[in-house]
Design a protein around this ligand. Structure first.
Ligand SMILES: [Zn+2]
Length: 109
């Protein structure tokens, strides 16, 4: 299932595609957006219930919008996960498998 969520995080907005389970998994986690609000802004905070809302799960709507997404930020790419092996905290996109996050460094060992 794919879903559109709208995020009103720190007055930042984004329309993005996500699996419902990934959104559920991201609630309560630290999200790091870096200098998205300007140089040295270092936007960071916890994703809370209500920050992310479902816009549409209509398959036709998703197919039409897919080429244009994400619009604005995709906070799920920026959620920090802890490596199971070394405890290093890294961005979601740096892990292949979020169910069992192992960083590249530990994988190569
Ligand atoms: Zn590691």
């Amino acid at each position: 299932m794919e879903i559109f969520w709208e995020d009103c995080y720190s007055n930042l907005e984004g329309l993005f595609l996500a699996e419902e389970s990934d959104v559920t998994n991201a609630i309560g986690r630290d999200c790091y957006l870096g200098e998205i609000a300007g140089k040295h802004s270092e936007v960071e905070g916890e994703i809370e219930t209500g920050d992310i809302t479902l816009v549409s799960d209509d398959a036709d709507v998703i197919e039409k919008l897919r080429p244009f997404l994400p619009i604005g930020i995709d906070p799920l790419e920026r959620v920090r996960y802890e490596c199971f092996a070394c405890g290093e905290r890294l961005m979601a996109y740096e892990f292949d498998n979020l169910e069992e996050p192992i960083c590249d460094y530990c994988k190569r060992k």
